[in-house]
Design a protein around this ligand. Structure first.
Ligand code: SF4
Length: 661
């Protein structure tokens, strides 16, 4: 891998390397980058890998090579406690979460880095976070009285001095967006001539999320509350604030209701009258917000916070105008609204509580390369489509199902040197390499596809009951050591409930994603004393990757259904439509490779070391009955099949092995 990276970089090529778990890819790219004797940046999809690199991998390698380098980690602003926000939180929250707030205040006195991940054992921290952090728009910058001690600023200062900087993809794309909005001279993440993108399979999803445009009504409501507080402190009596704010608040609720009515029940056509009402509600909101922003601009000199709010209001007005104008070609627009809010009465804020505010509009290009191309040429130079960075490495355990890594390359707008170039034209060239797994999957693992379960179109509860009944004897035989990956939240909840009922009186605990922080769930799995007090972890998409449970912690991996992209996902549906309109086979070219990548990620959770052994259960008979099943099986590591009937004996062997001295 080191040789491949060095060869590609020497020829000025971007390089993508698929390297399964256990190949040592982290050390390989660190060695290749260190060899160049210049600063470099590593970006990851997850903060967990950021921490692992900085706390473990990089120090270990530097010590081994006898090198001294300044290493820094930089995360998004929302990861650091904002001292100004913390100072104001007590009066804002009026007694809510007082215990947790006191813990954060004590910690803030002694922490070196101010990184909130140090605190994830505090209950209610999630509710506190919006009050004790500051987004880029909310931060007062040099006008803040805590500017010198500010943890976020200190982290940036360290990042600017670092020889090795570890960031995350979210921050990388935020940097591009920031430069696009304020000019290239206003960057806040120091990029380098060598950029390594680890967990690169996530680039497309994260990039589109950050670069998509939109406006959340919850953010608008928070904004109005802040305006109320700051104007009462700094500009009382200078404008009829109460009346202005009430009008905007009412217009916001009306607009939200109108947009929800426009959504209507799935597939129902919206009538012209509803569209007109929606349009009027949007114009009304825009005009009233405009009046409020003008009033704020009139008193902007009263305090830095008020000037900041005037600027934030302007950004919201621009977003509203954009939504009113309509989208362009190759873009998709949607009203983002939680399912349980959509199903209820439009605009019924009482019934849905704070969840009703988690909605708003989004507009996104279909593919990441389109989002990058839409950036100005100077900003684009900082991405892999431009020439501003000389050396790029993209790596992950799953980047494609062919030698050219087409699935990955096409989404990012790159042209693989061994691919058909007809569609990618003169896109930047990408060298690609697929490394083989060092694990002997044929010896270490088996694949079971259970027979006779309800079909995948059966209701989630019925499938969950049947799968739980099938699974129970195997869980008892193995004493837990199982993780179930579901394709929907409904399936996860139904299955966790069915398993809990079936395991009553057994020394096996069912853990469900979302009931505790992920870190604690995984810790519970790792520390389960095998055989005596087992664990079953049931989760959905958040656990399909980034889960490392070696040894006896995980020996039975269950996938409830083939992970096809959800039909109700607007971006997915728009991609399928666009490919069909262009005369291409959307299933072959997009749906199947996407599903294969997701399935490989899930299956990859099972074998994490050369001594691991276990069983993958894919509870979806389509793997054998449909023509595409062969392609999905071919994308997986080589897994010998096992009959349902032979499974108990295999599990028994695994269970007994652990008991042997
Ligand atoms: S500089 Fe910004 S992030 Fe830092 S304490 Fe002040 S407001 Fe908060």
């Amino acid at each position: 891998m080191i040789a491949a990276i060095e060869a590609a970089w020497a020829q000025g090529q971007r390089v993508a390397i698929e390297a399964p778990t256990g190949t040592g890819k982290t050390y390989a790219y660190l060695i290749a980058a260190l060899d160049r004797q210049e600063r470099f940046v590593v970006s990851t999809a997850t903060r967990a890998l950021q921490d692992q690199l900085v706390d473990r991998d990089i120090p270990a390698l530097l010590a081994h090579q006898g090198l001294q380098r300044k290493v820094a980690v930089l995360k998004g602003r929302e990861n650091y406690v904002c001292l100004l926000g913390l100072e104001q939180a007590r009066s804002k929250l009026q007694g809510q979460h007082a215990g947790a707030l006191a813990q954060v205040e004590r910690w803030a006195q002694s922490t070196q880095g101010g990184d909130l991940s140090e605190l994830d054992d505090i209950s209610h921290l999630t509710s506190l976070v919006p009050h004790i952090t500051a987004s880029h728009d909310e931060c007062l910058g040099q006008r803040c009285s805590h500017f010198e001690r500010c943890f976020s600023n200190q982290a940036r200062a360290r990042a600017a001095q670092a020889d090795i900087l570890v960031i995350n993809h979210h921050l990388f794309f935020s940097e591009l967006r920031h430069r696009q909005m304020l000019g290239v001279g206003h960057g806040f993440v120091p990029l380098a001539q060598t950029m390594v993108m680890d967990e690169a399979h996530q680039l497309q999803a994260i990039g589109l999320k950050v670069l998509a445009k939109g406006l959340n009504v919850g953010d608008m409501r928070d904004y109005l509350q802040t305006v109320e507080r700051e104007t009462s402190l700094h500009a009382r009596g200078f404008a009829p604030w109460h009346a202005l704010l009430q009008q905007v608040q009412q217009a916001l609720v009306q607009w939200m209701g109108a947009e929800q009515r426009l959504l209507g029940p799935a597939d129902a056509p919206t009538d012209a009258a509803s569209r007109t009402t929606g349009r009027q509600a949007l114009v009304n909101l825009h005009n009233l917000l405009s009046a409020l922003v003008a009033a704020l601009q009139g008193v902007a000199g009263s305090a830095a916070a008020v000037a900041q709010l005037a600027g934030q209001g302007d950004v919201m007005l621009q977003a509203l105008r954009q939504w009113a104008q309509g989208g362009g070609q190759d873009r998709v627009r949607w009203w983002d609204s939680p399912g349980y809010v959509r199903a209820g009465q439009a605009g019924d804020l009482q019934a849905h509580g704070r969840y009703a505010w988690r909605q708003g509009f989004r507009e996104s290009p279909l593919w990441l390369w389109q989002a990058l191309q839409a950036l100005g040429p100077q900003v684009q130079a900082s991405s892999w489509l431009g020439q501003g960075v000389q050396r790029w490495l993209f790596t992950s355990a799953t980047l494609g199902d062919d030698a050219a890594l087409t699935w990955f390359a096409q989404g990012l707008g790159l042209r693989s040197d061994s691919s058909d170039n007809s569609e990618t034209g003169d896109a930047p060239l990408l060298a690609s390499l697929r490394l083989r797994s060092h694990f002997d999957w044929g010896q270490q693992a088996r694949l079971v596809v259970p027979q006779g379960l309800p079909g995948t179109d059966a209701p989630a509860a019925e499938r969950a009951q049947a799968l739980a009944q099938w699974l129970l004897p195997h869980l008892k035989a193995l004493g837990g050591r199982c993780m179930v990956l579901c394709t929907s939240t409904a399936a996860m909840q139904a299955l966790a409930q069915a398993l809990r009922q079936g395991l009553q009186g057994q020394a096996i605990t069912v853990l469900q994603q979302g009931e505790q922080p992920k870190r604690r769930l995984l810790q519970a799995m790792r520390t389960a004393p095998g055989g005596k007090s087992g664990r079953v972890l049931v989760g959905t998409l958040g656990l399909w990757e980034g889960v490392d449970l070696p040894g006896e912690a995980l020996q039975l991996l269950v996938i409830d259904k083939l992970p096809f992209p959800p039909r109700h996902d607007v971006l997915h549906a728009a991609r399928v439509q666009a490919l069909r309109a262009a005369g291409r086979d959307a299933f072959e070219r997009y749906v199947l490779p996407q599903t294969a990548m997701q399935l490989r990620q899930g299956v990859g959770r099972l074998i994490r070391s050369a001594s691991d052994q276990g069983v993958v259960v894919i509870a979806d008979e389509r793997l054998h009955s449909r023509s595409y099943g062969a392609a999905l099986l071919a994308a997986l590591p080589p897994l010998p099949s096992l009959d349902d009937a032979a499974l108990p004996a295999f599990l028994q062997t695994l269970a007994e092995k652990e008991l042997r001295p």
